[in-house]
Design a protein around this ligand. Structure first.
Ligand SMILES: Cc1cc2nc3c(=O)[nH]c(=O)nc-3n(C[C@H](O)[C@H](O)[C@H](O)COP(=O)(O)OP(=O)(O)OC[C@H]3O[C@@H](n4cnc5c(N)ncnc54)[C@H](O)[C@@H]3O)c2cc1C
Length: 375
């Protein structure tokens, strides 16, 4: 006999915890299955900067305070892109950062969410990996350490989502992002500075103030796979260039970069957070917001609102400004074509421009120059 629930959530990340919180607070029998032994433990190379998406929600619980800020996609891109020194040959696109992003303690946030979830009655089973799922649209059967059954399933199992892979919903992988972080003792870069360079769009380095030192990240993104560089070597080289004191801490992480799936629901399954994926841009606050919205949609569906899932799909896309991300899709196939020759042309096409206006109008205005750079 399998245990029966109103909702099973696969994944105890930000999206899963917030979804569980919403459901249990409204009296729903909710089971959350998390593959890892501990939910609160910080187990990935997350910098814990508070990125913008979904900034306007509040989570009730002790010790969590999120800044109400005015971050938007536009500002996020400013922080991430206009703070980039983009250099190739004689061309550079160099901008100065405005405010550094607030840093949070990931373990504290997750731990608090977990405690609040348990208090509200979410049945949390850590160390329990979901192995397979099946649905007939009425019931979902989940196989993990044993069999579970529910009326609904939420796929909040992150970028490598098993739930997504088990449904006909598809996402397109467009590249990988490898990050390594170090804390360097002495760095010859401005305080509160954010340094980055892109080398033919294949690899990048950035630095942000962090505690007594700096956090450095190296990423390898969209670009011809055949010319991948040695990230460790690149990091050493860049540290030398920055006159950094040396590496005192280091860990790495590889993130697949997906275009978001065209839909975030299938029969009685809802997807939330990174599992739906978009350029790895869902973010902590975005995943939390999606979890809360998914919970809300499930409550409405249980109350008989047939269009609740469609509404959810529309709402989170709009709240997370997914449309802007979608618009950038067109750009990605071009970025793959960047090479030594085209890179300077692109930099020239963008030089002097205000990347703050990234978005529809920006692209319409700039498209001719950008496209010329790729020819
Ligand atoms: C290196 C790195 C740095 C980042 N830095 C930042 C940052 O500074 N700021 C920011 O806002 N965002 C950052 N992000 C993005 C942010 O971490 C994600 O957007 C966010 O964690 C997504 O939350 P989620 O709940 O959707 O997924 P996740 O946080 O990935 O949670 C998914 C959970 O599902 C579990 N799971 C997976 N498979 C199964 C299974 N089969 N059964 C049961 N459980 C399963 C996983 O163990 C995990 O706990 C970073 C991401 C990475 C990888």
């Amino acid at each position: 006999m399998s245990e029966h629930y109103d909702v099973i959530i696969s994944g105890g990340g930000y999206a899963g915890l917030c979804c569980g919180l919403k459901l249990a607070s409204n009296g729903k029998r909710t089971l959350l299955l998390e593959a890892r032994k501990e939910i609160a433990r910080k187990n990935r190379g997350c910098q814990c900067s508070l990125y913008p998406f979904g900034e306007t929600f509040t989570v009730e619980g002790k010790d969590i305070t999120f800044h109400q800020n005015n971050f938007t996609v536009k500002n996020a891109l400013m922080a991430q892109l206009t703070s980039v020194e983009c250099a190739s040959g004689n061309y550079t696109l160099n901008t100065t950062p405005s405010d550094p992003m607030p840093i949070i303690d990931e373990g504290q946030v997750k731990g608090t969410l977990e405690n609040v979830c348990r208090e509200k009655g979410v049945n949390i089973s850590a160390g329990t990996k979901v192995k397979s799922i099946e649905t007939d649209g009425q019931r979902v059967r989940v196989s993990a350490d044993k069999q579970y059954e529910a009326d609904y399933l939420v796929g909040a199992d992150g970028a490598h989502s098993l739930v997504m892979r088990s449904t006909p919903l598809t996402r397109k992988k467009i590249g990988t992002f490898v990050e390594m972080e170090v804390e360097a003792e002495r760095m010859n870069i401005p305080p509160n500075g954010f340094y980055a360079e892109l080398r033919n769009m294949l690899a990048g380095l950035y630095a942000q103030p962090y505690g007594e030192g700096y956090m450095l990240g190296v990423f390898q993104g969209v670009g011809p796979g055949s010319t991948r560089i040695d990230l460790k070597e690149y990091l050493e080289e860049s540290l030398h260039k920055l006159k950094a004191g040396g590496i005192t801490r280091r860990y790495g992480c590889s993130i697949p970069i997906y275009l978001s799936a065209s839909s975030s629901h299938y029969m009685n399954i809802l997807m939330a957070g990174d599992s739906v994926g978009s350029f790895s841009m869902v973010t902590i606050t975005g995943a939390m917001l999606m979890g809360l919205l998914a919970g809300e949609a499930l409550l409405k569906h249980m109350d008989g609102m047939a269009g609740a899932f469609k509404e959810y799909d529309k709402t989170w896309r709009s709240a997370l400004q997914q449309q802007n991300m979608d618009r950038m899709r067109s750009f990605f196939f071009l970025l793959k074509r960047l090479n030594e020759k085209r890179m300077p042309r692109l930099v020239k096409a963008l030089a002097g421009s205000d990347l703050a206006s990234v978005g529809k109008w920006y692209y319409i205005k700039r498209i001719p120059a950008i496209v010329r750079a790729f020819i």
